[in-house]
Design a protein around this ligand. Sequence first.
Ligand code: ZN
Length: 187
Amino acid sequence: MKISDKLTVEVMWKATVTCDVRYDGEFFYAVITTGIFCRPSCKSKTPQLKNIRFFKYTREAMREGFRPCKRCRPDLYVKHYDPSQEIVEDVKTILENRYYETIQLKRLAQDVGLSPFYLNRLFKEKTGFTPRQYLEKVRISKAVLLLKTTDLSSTEICFQIGYGNLSSFYKAFKNMTGCSPGQYRVN
Ligand SMILES: [Zn+2]
């Protein structure tokens, strides 16, 4: 019952229990016993997991006969305009497009008109990662792709995806995948 790789049942359940507003719009939960569906952030009483069904879109929940909650109005859900969210999206785009460059937080913050401290905090609040961690994620997913689809050596990949030295590449790779690039390739 998972909607995407990120949104496992565990993740959605935790977001539901903690009324985590960051997941609003990512999924909705419907309660079988009441026939009502809610946004993750809804403050209504948390149902039991066994009585919950998760949906990506409101129309799916409605098609199955669930009614929108009167309290959190998931049927009216539109991502409200949030300028700080726009900034976070901009930063994500920069990191995704320029991951192979040397990216400094200070420069990144300058580009979007924030202080490095505030950018770090905002980005973490919105995504759960610091810009640095997000960059590592992007780089390591590129590394994984290159390992699987090319004959490039680990060293070549390391420099191609923007690492300045092998040891930080190996460390980040191991952190994220649990193994070394070499082990990853043969598996
Ligand atoms: Zn609700």
